[in-house]
Write a protein that binds this ligand. Structure first.
Ligand code: HSE
Length: 435
């Protein structure tokens, strides 16, 4: 058997400790797969006394991450997240020719073009399976398994925390705040949970997926997003009655006008596999011209699921170490010189079916006034549901429109809200049929 792959681990939190546990448990099996052992020799964390669930014997543990980035190892694993100092550490390790494995979606989404270039310049291996979808090997699926395809769209539930929150609200009637607190306790949430609930984390992941699916440079700034904070228990209930589930969806599509990328709470048909992806699970649907639709689902967050992806990258590194850079799968799935910029479809032009929910006074002529606005704007109604008002209360109206541009949906809702009998606080959510 060849010499072990020596690994330096930066960050020994939930995921870092899980990496050590899984390597200890499955080390023999992993060695049989890659022909050598994968051994963590150095690790850094802020407070080494906080390590509880794994064995640090034989590992040089310190508090200085730069010491690990500069240590005599074959691969550096970055698990501290955030932009700085992660970026400097990764660039330093790559600069010294070390392979780098990272789970850092924010860093890749925002600075991945630069990091990929640095890896290339150094001829070093850069791997990031754990950055998207936790344990789901979606990076490998897109970069390798679907390499024959022209991919036209991908859509996914790629933030476990917001999926967990919406699932708990639907199934248990749990409040938004309680469900978020539970997700944090279970280790799903980001250090700053606004990244989860406002769609930033999913937008980071979507930017990475879109880049490797379409062969375009990373462009996080072009991802439009809306958080799940606007979704009410009533919306969840009405959506169910109309045959849909509300999911935190990220979608990237390529068409003749360019690419669109967005993260929005979205109504998904109840029978679609994405609608059945509950709790902290993630699922990603990819459509390729040759393969058709595939859906990959699994645990999108949590220690061992994410460690599964980190270690899969280390296995690739162990197998490929010493190979000429041209034999490595390109970081972004396409040869660097073959990445092509595509125009981004302006947010107002992005077309979708819409769910509009209004609270209206219980008076004659209200429905006619609302449907007249839609008729005047040439927007077709695909479904409509009115809930009978309780005594002296307002009525609730939910409408699903035909596919229309975002700007037209906004305009229609603004006109409806200007009517005297429409109360404040309407909802406007996308509906995706995956056709
Ligand atoms: N905060 C992320 C999530 C963790 O909830 O999905 C995995 O990236």
């Amino acid at each position: 058997m060849s010499a072990p792959l020596r690994v330096g681990l930066i960050g020994l939190g939930t995921v870092g400790q899980a990496v050590l546990r899984v390597l200890a448990r499955n080390g023999d099996e992993i060695a049989r797969r890659c022909g050598r052992r994968v051994v963590v020799t150095h690790a850094a964390m802020r407070d080494p006394h906080r390590v509880r669930d794994c064995d640090l014997a034989g590992i040089t543990v310190g508090t200085d991450p730069h010491a690990v980035a500069g240590a005599d190892v074959d691969a550096v694993v970055e698990l501290i997240g955030g932009i700085s100092p992660a970026r400097e550490l990764i660039l330093a390790a790559l600069g010294r020719g070390r392979a780098v494995v990272t789970a850092n979606k924010a860093l890749l989404a925002e600075h991945g073009n630069q990091i990929s270039q640095a890896a290339r310049a150094a001829g070093a291996h850069l791997a990031y399976e754990a950055a998207v979808g936790g344990g789901i090997p979606i990076i490998k699926v897109l970069r390798e398994g679907l390499a024959a395809n022209s991919i036209d769209s991908l859509a996914g539930i790629i933030n476990g925390t917001s999926n967990y929150i919406l699932t708990q609200m639907a199934a248990r009637g749990q409040s938004f705040a309680d469900a978020l607190a539970d997700a944090q306790k279970l280790g799903y949430a980001e250090a700053d949970p606004t990244f989860d609930v406002e769609g930033v984390d999913a937008a980071h992941k979507l930017a990475i997926l879109a880049s490797i699916a379409f062969g375009v440079p990373l462009n996080f700034a072009a991802v439009a997003r809306e958080g799940i904070g606007q979704v009410t228990p009533q919306d969840i209930q009405l959506a169910q009655e109309l045959g849909y589930c509300i999911k935190p969806l990220g979608l990237a599509k390529r068409s003749a006008e360019g690419i669109q990328m967005w993260v929005h709470p979205t109504l998904v048909p109840a029978a679609h596999p994405l609608a059945r992806t509950d709790g902290a699970l993630n699922a990603i649907r990819v459509h390729g011209d040759a393969v058709g639709q595939i859906v990959c689902a699994g645990r999108g967050a949590g220690g061992e699921a994410t460690a599964s992806a980190v270690i899969a990258d280390l296995v690739d590194v162990a197998r490929m170490q010493g190979a000429a850079p041209r034999h490595l799968v390109p970081d972004l799935g396409f040869q660097p010189g073959a990445l092509r910029e595509l125009p981004v479809v302006p947010a107002g032009n992005v077309a979708s079916a819409y769910y509009l929910r209004l609270r209206v006074a219980d008076e004659p002529g209200v429905l006619r006034a609302i449907t007249s606005i839609l008729a005047e704007l040439d927007i077709s109604i695909e479904a409509i549901l009115q809930k009978e008002p309780r005594e002296h209360e307002d009525a609730t109206l939910a409408i699903i429109t035909s596919e229309i541009a975002d700007a037209r949906a906004r305009g229609a809702l603004e006109r409806m809200q200007a009517l005297p009998f429409v109360r404040p606080g309407a909802s406007r959510l996308r509906v995706e049929h995956f056709e």
